[in-house]
Write a protein that binds this ligand. Structure first.
Ligand code: PRP
Ligand code: ZN
Length: 216
């Protein structure tokens, strides 16, 4: 008998939206899971055969791709960046809606036409997605990899533009940037390790079905 199924959930915004979906699928974590002050990373649920871990969004994909967790919830932005063949993404959860966009300083945008770009220097945590996007447009992109707070890069001269998630647009606005190109619409997906989906189908199948029903 393998150990409990491990479901990886990203810290932050998606977590709160994911809880009601998990509850409707019959999985209710212990109270500490939704408590941002808790330093625990691993949590029991009402189901003795299921536990949750709380990790960074990009790491959800890594844990599940390696089979360290069997199931996860992750934004489609992360799947676009990594393109892990070990991951199966059977359900669009219809939560965590946002977009991956190119943004630049307001002053630059005033006289800028994205169609005229030939070379851009971009700060982003999505170097792969960014390179693919600009290559397809015939634009040469130089990426500076950051892990957060991209919005501060242009004013300090680290990059002239950023590629990042935009949700309400508030972070761009408060940092003097405007969105000039949408690369992709994003929503959260349920992901499953492909090998585990075959070897533990009796356990994983009902969870996937429960989450799918909860979304619909
Ligand atoms: C995310 C994202 C944007 C912001 C978008 O950052 O990277 O900066 O939220 O949301 P908004 O359009 O509603 O302002 P996050 O808060 O995760 O911080 P980080 O990038 O520093 O990790
Ligand atoms: Zn950010």
């Amino acid at each position: 008998m393998a150990g409990p199924l491990v479901i990886a959930i990203p810290k932050g915004r998606i977590l709160k939206e994911a809880l009601p979906l998990l509850a409707r699928a019959g999985v209710e974590p212990e109270a500490a899971f939704a408590d941002e002050d808790s330093r625990a990373l691993r949590f029991a649920t009402n189901r003795p055969d299921i536990e949750l871990i709380r990790v960074r969004a990009f790491d959800v994909a890594t844990f599940v791709a390696h089979g360290a967790a069997q199931i996860g919830i992750v934004g489609s932005d992360v799947l676009m960046e990594f393109d892990y063949s070990e991951l199966y993404a059977p359900v669009d959860l219809n939560i965590g809606h946002c977009r991956v966009s190119v943004a630049e300083p307001v002053a630059l945008a005033a006289s800028d036409d994205p169609r005229s770009w030939s070379h851009v220097r971009v700060a982003t945590k999505y170097p792969s997605l960014t390179a693919r996007h600009f290559a397809a447009r015939g634009v040469q992109a130089e990426c500076v990899k950051l892990n957060g707070a991209m919005e501060i890069a242009p004013v300090l001269g680290l990059a002239d533009r950023i590629v990042d998630l935009v949700s309400s647009g508030r972070t761009l606005k408060e940092n003097g940037l405007v969105e000039v190109e949408v690369i992709a619409e994003v929503s959260a997906r349920l992901i499953v390790n492909r090998a585990a989906f075959k070897t533990r189908s009796a356990e994983i199948g009902p969870i996937v079905a429960g989450v799918r029903a909860a979304v619909e």
